[in-house]
Design a protein around this ligand. Structure first.
Ligand code: SAM
Length: 283
């Protein structure tokens, strides 16, 4: 691909972002999907799977901080964390910053994503794959969820969109198995798309969560390269972790000694305040 070319993301039939390609660092098919790593002057190195932006060096911090620090600090005593997907290693990077977390299981379907992210996107994982607390499992997350007897305090679904291998991770069956794998007061959070563009995705997940959890809602953050507006993160738990006070979050945040570029206790609490068009997507 010449350096004057642009890649257009095919996620939506009538809207999409284009990213200028300064350099193609990798472009090939794994056993499951087309994997590309390109470089763009504004966002740095970018991982795409089947031409859909997965993560970028430039803005991944927003997504990874909000899908980890929100449930872990809200829980307050999370020791065992499960990540479904997350092959680039960014989610594991942020989870492992919590000294209170003793064990992380990461179930990624595509070994190619892990291997190529280690090599071409080391800034994403920043050594997470070498952390002794991390147990990397190459498997379909839906199968793992169905078969595991393990229990987790926080389960994070960091999957692709519900197309291709990611589709099974947006089903009632999968959510039911995830619920069974949560400890008392455990929290399930999910990458749930950009509601302005993918409203059905959120409605479907919330319908399943309402049937499973006492507290079923979502929270939001805007990640520039997840085009079309703020992204929703599904939130399901039978506990009252969502109602932790901002003062308690400030105490936990200080004790965790994190230095995030997006997360703050105030942003955490504010992220659950949903705009009207998102509330209308709730079943
Ligand atoms: N942040 C991205 C997003 O919001 O779309 C997700 C990034 S991460 C690279 C997505 C990962 O989910 C990929 O590595 C993909 O291989 C993995 N994945 C997709 N379907 C899966 C499945 N059924 N089980 C486990 N991992 C899966």
């Amino acid at each position: 691909m010449s350096t004057s070319e642009w890649v257009r993301e095919p996620l939506h039939p009538d809207y999409g972002q284009s990213l200028k390609v300064e350099e193609v660092l990798y472009d090939s098919n794994t056993d499951h999907q087309r994997l590309r790593v390109i470089r763009n002057d504004r966002f740095g190195r970018i991982l795409t799977l089947d031409d859909v932006v997965q993560t970028t060096e430039g803005d991944n911090f927003i997504y990874h901080e909000m899908l980890t620090h929100v449930p872990i600090l809200a829980h307050g005593a999370a020791e065992r964390v499960l990540i479904i997907g997350g092959g680039d290693g960014g989610m594991a990077r942020e989870v492992l910053k919590h000294a209170s977390v003793k064990h992380v299981t990461m179930v990624e379907i595509d070994a190619g994503v892990v291997e190529f992210s280690k090599g071409f996107l080391p800034e994403l994982s920043q050594g997470a794959f070498d952390d002794p607390r991390l147990n990397l499992v190459i498997n379909d997350g839906a199968l793992f969820m169905k078969e595991t007897a393990d229990k987790f305090d926080v389960i994070i679904v960091d999957s692709t969109d519900p197309i291709g291998p990611g589709e099974v991770l947006f089903t009632d069956t999968f959510y039911g198995h995830a619920k069974r794998a949560l400890t008392e007061g455990g929290i399930l959070v999910t990458q749930n798309g950009v509601p302005f563009m993918q409203g059905d995705e959120l409605t479907n997940t919330m319908r399943a969560f309402q049937a499973l959890f006492a507290d079923a809602t979502c929270y939001m953050a805007t990640i520039p390269t997840y085009a079309g507006g703020p992204m929703a993160f599904g939130w399901g738990t039978d506990g009252d972790a969502r109602h932790v006070t901002v003062e308690e979050l400030q105490t936990r945040f200080a004790a965790a000694k994190l230095t995030p570029d997006y997360y703050t206790p105030e942003v955490h609490k504010g992220a659950f305040a949903l705009p009207g068009y998102v509330l209308k997507l709730m079943p």
